[in-house]
Design a protein around this ligand. Sequence first.
Ligand SMILES: [Ca+2]
Length: 293
Amino acid sequence: MSRSLFFSFGFSSILISLALACGGADPTRSGGEGTLSFTTWGEEYIEQGIPADPEGGFADGWTVRYEQFLVSFQSIEVSDQSGEIAAVMPGSKLFDNTVAGVKAIIDFAGVPARAWDRVSYEIAPVTAATELTPSATQADLELMLAGGYSLFVSGTASKAQTAKRFAWGFALGTRYDECSSAAGGRQQAGIVLTNNTTLEVELTTHGDHLFYDRLQASPDPSVPTSLRFDALAAADQDEDGEITLAELNATPLDVRLYDPSGLGAVNYGAFVSQLARTVGHFRGEGECTVRGL
Ligand SMILES: [Ca+2]
């Protein structure tokens, strides 16, 4: 053995010893097992409504109250960057997140207790095999099936004496990859499961995103993303009190107010459909990489 190889080997041995010595104190390698409990929640915006500014809501004075926020989850997967898979959700489940409370999606028991830095899921069109959960009805599932929807929202927007209804279905499949969230003051990729615990992992849906005036946050932090409804209300071209997706598709985007962020949305229908891909979040404000299926 040459001198340099010896030193190399010796150094590796020290590293291995240190790793073993730390093993007991490191929650990412604690041994044992735990349970991952995946849930979904629509927060106050979807359960109770979205206010007008200055209460952190619409910049142009509207308020929105949802009546339905139907969303179908599938393909939850927990793994690590080496490709080891801890858990995969079979099938799909339909929820109405206007129904109050955090709702169980699926529990995975007996998961090795350690860091799993890759968590992904999909919001995708329902199928005949999609399972109903207590928050949604058979009629909801039939509506989703008829349209091939992954997401369906209905509700009313109000401002002064004006009220506008909307009922929009989105036949989009979206994958949310590499989800991360803030933990202990830093961004944590995926989750860390400790021995003999149940970790709740919330797939949060954000109801305000459908009314954003940008498709992506500005790289300039001084440029805010605002909630707006004036232009959507004006798209009710037959003035029957309901804004349809067809009317949104027929109304060109006012680029003085709306920024398609280079993603090519030329009308409000295309704009809102792109925003529909951004409703899926992770553990509250956490984000995932979004791509179309
Ligand atoms: Ca109309």
